[in-house]
Write a protein that binds this ligand. Structure first.
Ligand SMILES: [Zn+2]
Ligand SMILES: [Zn+2]
Length: 338
């Protein structure tokens, strides 16, 4: 009897160990297949040249090829250029000063703003909507006389301190900025952008903050793309930070940037339907494929491989709207601007 149990136990263990090896082998194979597909994706007919698609009049230098080092240590060649990240279209509006002014847009979400509709919705920021938030959550962005608390340019720096320093609400109520609509006028920046000319898959998705990138990518009009706006961090202080109709606003470094990939003058490129390039060099498209067909099977960075386009990213019409991580190696040496 003991012998039988022993044999059964041995068979069971053999199955478990064999299964574990099979799982590891499968995961390794899947990872290799993905990396090979991504590598293959950027050869031959898939190759798009950054220098052909960026709108040169929006950049402060021409796009030139230069030697660069990538985040995986490889020496490569990058497209290099400078941009101010200022839009060629009008920026704003963001915060309404009165009931007679329309504002920008903010995500009225279930998690942080307890949207009673039970789903995340992008809402226009009007005095009426701010009052609705007040009734729902007890905030006081709108004063009893109908005026709205709106940050000035100095107060934006205070909002940056409390958000980056992860202060609590009480601390910010004493020393910071609470119950405000956050906005500031953007200032032209001098940003040197480096984009790998031959994108290559990274072993792991790139940590955007650790890599010191100025954003996640760049639209063809020279404006930075950022990851989705941190609604939870902003609303911790009973603040809202609206985007304009093109999905842009001013960051803590007074840089204008997009949290959405929207159609703006010159974007997307009419021939290719490309909106911009993420900083690993892979292109980003809108919420559909260039031929209008539905997008399928996106990975967690909102990218995938198709036969026609190779590896590429997509924007979406719901959260997270834009790529949250990058699957390819990025160039080192770009500076982050908040
Ligand atoms: Zn932002
Ligand atoms: Zn696609």
């Amino acid at each position: 009897m003991r012998g039988k149990v022993g044999r059964l136990w041995a068979v069971l263990m053999a199955c478990l160990i064999g299964g574990a090896f099979a799982l590891v082998a499968y995961a390794g194979h899947a990872r290799d297949a993905r990396r090979m597909a991504m590598a293959d994706a950027m050869t031959g007919s898939h190759m798009l040249r950054v220098s052909d698609l960026m709108i040169r009049r929006e950049l402060t230098t021409a796009v030139a090829l230069t030697p660069c080092r990538l985040s995986d240590g490889a020496v490569s060649t990058c497209y290099a250029f400078q941009t101010t990240s200022m839009p060629s279209h009008a920026a704003g509006p963001w915060c309404p000063r009165s009931a007679y002014e329309p504002g920008g847009y903010f995500v009225d979400d279930v998690r942080h703003l307890r949207n009673p509709a039970g789903r995340d919705e992008e809402k226009q920021v009007t005095v009426a909507w701010l009052r609705e938030i007040d009734q729902r959550l007890g905030w006081s962005i709108v004063n009893p006389d109908g005026s709205v608390n709106i940050t000035n340019d100095t107060e934006l720096a205070m909002v940056a301190d409390q958000e980056v320093g992860r202060w609590g609400y009480g601390e910010a109520a004493s020393y910071g900025i609470v119950n405000h609509c956050v906005q500031a006028q953007p200032i032209p920046r001098t940003l040197t952008i480096l984009i790998p000319s031959v994108p290559r898959a990274a072993a792991e998705p790139v940590d955007i903050v650790a890599a010191g990138l100025p954003g996640t990518g760049i639209a063809l009009d020279g404006v930075l793309y950022f990851p989705p706006e941190p609604v939870g961090r902003i609303t911790t202080y009973h603040n809202v930070a609206p985007l304009d109709a093109t999905g842009g606003h001013t960051g803590f470094a007074y840089d204008y940037h997009y949290h959405r990939a929207r159609e703006v003058p010159g974007v997307p490129n009419l021939r290719t339907r490309v909106y911009g390039f993420m900083f690993d060099g892979y292109p980003i498209y809108g919420a559909t494929e260039p031929d209008g067909s539905a997008v399928r099977d996106l990975d967690r960075c909102q990218g995938h491989v198709t036969a026609r386009l190779g590896y590429h990213y997509h924007a979406s019409n719901a959260f997270p709207y834009l790529t949250t991580c990058l699957n390819g190696a990025v160039a080192t040496g770009m500076s982050r601007v908040g």
